[in-house]
Ligand binder design. Sequence first.
Ligand code: ATR
Length: 553
Amino acid sequence: AMKTPPSIFLPHQSVDMSTRQPATCQIQGRHAPSIARRAVPVAEAMTAFVLADLLLSDEARRPRVCLTLAEPTIDQALATLKENLPFVEMCELRADFLKPEQLARAADFPSQAGLPVILTLRRTSDGGRWEGDDDRRSQLFATILQSAPVPFAYVDFEDDFRRAELEELARSRGTKIIRSLHELHGTVENIVERACELKGSSDDITKIACQINHCSELARLFRETENFTGFPHIICGMGELGKATRILAVRTHSLLTFTSPAKTDPPLSTLGHLTPATMVRTYRFRSLTAATQLYGVTGWPLEHSLSPELNNEAFAKDACPAVMVPLPAETAREALDCAEALGIRGLAVTVPHKAAMLPLMATLSPEARAVNAVNTVIMTINGWHGENTDIAGFRQALSTFLGRDDLRSCRVAILGAGGAANAVAYAVASLGGEACIFNRTLEKAQALAEKYGFRAAPLASDQAKLLAEYSQIIIQTTSVGLSSLGDNGGCQDPIPFYAFRGDESVFDLIYSPPLTPLLARAQAAGCRISNGLGMLIAQAQEQRRLYKELSRP
Ligand code: ATR
């Protein structure tokens, strides 16, 4: 009813967000002065709300780290939780692992835990320890849910365990239901469809856990769940091969990822679980997003690979938004398929796929072609490109070890004529060294020696004299001495017949154990020694350089 005076250039005190300093601003327009005065704080408040909302929903979308507590007592569960607390956001009380007399204390657990808790009472048929019948289980669930002073955040009911009253009770307490399906022996096909069936018309969270036995199943799981964002769910691939699904929960749009403490029964590897610390520190789980660049390491088996640790640490140091995940695969083809399903930019390749990768590559580096082995594959604009960074890695580690960049007028003994020896021979030849290759199977030594004009000899005690002639630098490339071989060669020395003088430089490509029996003996005799860790680090560094340089954006 009243015509308001113009409010043009009415000064207003606010804050300059770029400097966080007080600032004066003026608003143009024809408004009541009272409105003009309020407009800025209102606009600022609205912006703050929108931003907070965006941040919060982004945060809410990030999968949580959930610690599975499969302990015999509540006190032990609490102690384990406390140890892992910096790395977890919620936990699962596996009440089926509790001693029967401890069940009465389960209701108090959420108030003691201090973070959201899932209550689970898994039957033996689903991989748990609960041996009682479902009626008894139902009663127990009811008692625990009802009497918990702080309610459980979630309760896990399996697909076939449908009890309307119990569900009603859970909901009335604000406890959300996780509707779970377990395939203990194989994979689940059409996983999204199955999750939809599982969900029905309820607002339950669906969980599908299936055993992954082949890398191809892993590829399918990731392909099928790529756009699965319709409703809250949890997808886990169980077993050693399922690890990537645990780390990349963000790729399956899962609500959470399950982790276990370091000492568990069954062991971590059976479940494919990682510890919360490994998940958060090594794999930087909390910073993974759909946009994180993915790299993988493949081989078969892959249990002892140091590559994820090495590379992820380097990615973190360089603030590079990338992560390397283990992708154990029985064949090179399967590894590439899975890498393609995940949009992986590059793979580190270990035994036994280094040679098998060769024919699968669109392009190859001269080194990879020369030594018939690919230890690095990179997705370029032309498709998969194969490289061999073992050569550069070895060259660099050797020059650090010897303090010189060439091997001219050096006599070198190479022990072994397998894949690793191929890379070493190439590098020794390129550095101008003169070598003799000693191998258990003479023909392989001869074939390799011929490529570079080297000598060849059997790896046998009657060759001690010849070995002495080439002993200025001794490079050990066989698998003899590897700790993973255990007693079948783990404590062995490939040249027990050779007596060190003390002036030899001995380089063993093995890094686990750090001191092989050969190195220990050489060191005791006064020789300079090096294990293979430096080479491993150098070749990984070269890999990352190539990924950066060649991978398709
Ligand atoms: P890598 O890629 O690690 O070099 P590889 O290609 O299988 O693996 O080669 C293994 C090397 O270790 C070969 O030189 C092998 O000798 P053979 O060519 O005679 O098989 C050597 N090796 C493995 N076990 C050995 C053993 N018990 N004694 C001596 N040499 C052994």
